[in-house]
Design a protein around this ligand. Structure first.
Ligand SMILES: [Cu+2]
Length: 116
């Protein structure tokens, strides 16, 4: 009986976690958080169709641009607290990601990621 209660508690906890994330991130999804002035994300992504889910966690507008093998795309400007999605097809190799709002990349909003 005690085990059952523990299991129920665990299930409830997992449900809360899942709700907190909206839906569970499907394969090929990369979460990105933008602040003043950093792009926080994993340094590698899987080659193939990939959706970047970009959350602007700052008080300034930002966007998210990506350029590399076969890809040159960016989101519209994302307002503070907003989220944008950008779907691209990554090939194996290196990609530059940055914020194209004037001056932001030189303040630190740029990095290189690898598709593997
Ligand atoms: Cu920016």
């Amino acid at each position: 009986m005690k085990k059952y209660a523990a299991l129920l508690a665990l299930l409830a906890f997992v449900s809360v976690l899942a709700a907190g994330l909206g839906t569970a991130a499907p394969q090929g999804t990369v979460m990105v958080k933008e602040t003043n002035f950093k792009i926080i994300m994993a340094g590698t992504a899987k080659a193939g169709s990939t959706t970047f889910v970009v959350k602007n966690a700052s008080n300034l507008p930002h966007d998210f641009a990506i350029k590399g093998p076969g890809v040159s795309k960016k989101t519209p400007k994302i307002k503070p607290g907003g989220t944008a999605r950008l779907t691209v097809t990554l090939r194996k190799g290196k990609y530059q990601v940055w914020c194209s709002v004037s001056g932001h990349s030189s303040l630190g909003m740029k990095r290189t990621i690898s598709a593997v």
